[in-house]
Design a protein around this ligand. Structure first.
Ligand code: C2O
Ligand code: CU
Length: 434
């Protein structure tokens, strides 16, 4: 990413994600004008929900039904997907697989019970490479029944945009060259935080990082905190882990609980080849008084993920294609096991409750973030031991990894690369659970 003159100014002019706590909500997609560049550098005419991009932060209660009406005020058909939520198949929001796309002017009533607490997000799943790039997404938080003891619960969405000097979206959503490489990258990046958040030194914060970019893998450094990672892709770690180097593939989330050590700010930095790129900061002023806090404990676990690795069915999934990958161009530039896009028949049918062991092999020169709908999976270590539970896993060029999931959610589930340009160009398939 090239630093441009206006890139240096950060911290000001953060978008104001609205917060809504209702379990019955309307999300209305339509054109919005957003202040993505710093104030004074021009506004961006784009798309959003309920008048803003990102859309409102939805906070749902674990185990309680949420009713969300989607109204499509866009000029394109659309649908909303509740990323990472293990919900009923008919509510998954995938046009062509679980529902018809909602036409312009149409609406769709979503209704589901989120079984797992954690950090999720919602986004368009129709022409997602364009609609997500334009801003049809928002955070989806499922609250624990007993939330951890923190002073602030802060959502941090990292995104990039391709903008002119004065803030116009530069388009190129369907660019085939981008799709055959790493995807469509923005030239301007930010960490989006509610500008009302004010921290004091010594306070304990929960940070919910979400990578909402269509294609960019974000390394992120956070300055001014000392703490632990407590969850990945919404799912609590059995034991909090050191923060280390944070890397977020598109759609991945990381929850951190930490104490504020910075005296002036908590800063988000994107280390690039050209040096550190400032994504934004949360201001810190004053010092918290009161007794020191205890250790950072693990979050309460979510229900049911007992793998039966002995009896697991093996599913090879080889990623192929891309520039110099020897495949065709257009919509089949990428493939799984030689097949681009969805066939009539699923890649595999599972009995309900069966453990599946996917062997992901990245036989390309590009990284891919592979996402399974309707389920979380364990990343298996080199010794085959189950590691973290995730819904999206990053597979570096030439690398392979095994993931295992209990396929216990009946229906038709997409399995795709979350680099949305890769998905558009064929890197997607589906599986079925009886
Ligand atoms: Cu985040 Cu198929 O989606
Ligand atoms: Cu990909």
């Amino acid at each position: 990413m090239k630093r441009r003159s206006f890139l240096a100014a950060t911290g000001a002019a953060l978008l104001a994600p609205r917060v809504s706590f209702a379990s019955s909500t309307v999300l209305s997609a339509g054109p919005v004008v957003a202040q993505i560049l710093p104030e004074g550098d021009g506004t961006t005419a784009t798309w959003g929900l309920n008048g803003s991009t990102p859309g409102p932060a939805l906070r749902l209660a674990q185990g309680e039904r949420a009713e969300i009406t989607f109204e499509n005020g866009l000029m394109q058909p659309s649908a909303l997907h509740w990323h990472g939520i293990r919900l009923e198949n008919a509510m998954d929001g995938v046009p062509g697989l679980t529902q018809d796309a909602v036409p312009p002017g149409g609406r769709f009533d979503y209704s589901f019970v989120p079984p797992d607490a954690g950090t999720y997000w919602y986004h368009s799943h129709n022409r997602s490479w364009e609609q997500v790039a334009r801003g049809i997404y928002g955070p989806l938080i499922v609250e624990e029944t007993t939330p951890p003891d923190v002073d602030h619960d802060v959502i941090v969405m990292v995104d990039d945009w391709r903008l002119s000097e004065t803030g116009e979206q530069l388009g190129g959503y369907d660019d085939l060259h981008d799709r055959a490489h790493a995807g469509r990258m923005g030239n301007y990046a930010r960490a989006l935080v509610d500008p009302a958040v004010q921290l004091r030194q010594g306070e304990r914060v929960r940070l919910r990082l979400i990578n909402v970019a269509t294609d960019r893998v974000f390394p992120v450094q956070i300055d001014g905190i000392k703490g632990r990672i407590v969850a990945l892709d919404g799912m609590p770690l059995p034991a909090p882990a050191p923060i280390g180097d944070i890397l977020l593939a598109p759609a991945q989330r990381i929850d951190i609980i930490a104490d504020v050590t910075g005296a002036e700010q908590l800063g988000f930095v994107f280390p690039t080849r050209d040096g550190p790129y400032d994504l934004g900061a949360i201001p810190v002023s004053g010092v918290r008084s009161g007794p020191a806090r205890g250790d950072i404990a693990a979050l309460p676990g979510n229900p049911g993920h007992s793998l039966d690795l002995e009896a697991a069915s093996e599913v090879p999934l080889r990623m192929e294609g891309g520039a110099m990958g020897g495949r065709h161009s257009g919509s089949d530039v990428w493939a799984f096991n030689g097949v681009s896009d969805l066939l009539e028949a699923p890649l595999r049918r599972f009995e309900r409750g069966e453990t599946a062991r996917f062997r992901l092999v990245n036989d390309t020169r590009w990284a891919h973030g592979i996402h399974l709908h309707g389920h979380h999976f364990h990343e298996l270590g080199p010794d085959g031991a189950p590691g973290a539970l995730r819904d999206t896993t990053l597979v570096e060029p030439g690398a392979s990894i095994e993931i295992a999931a209990v396929m216990d959610n009946p229906g038709k589930w997409l399995l795709h690369c979350h680099m949305l340009g890769h998905q558009a160009a064929g890197m997607r398939t589906w599986v079925e659970v009886a």
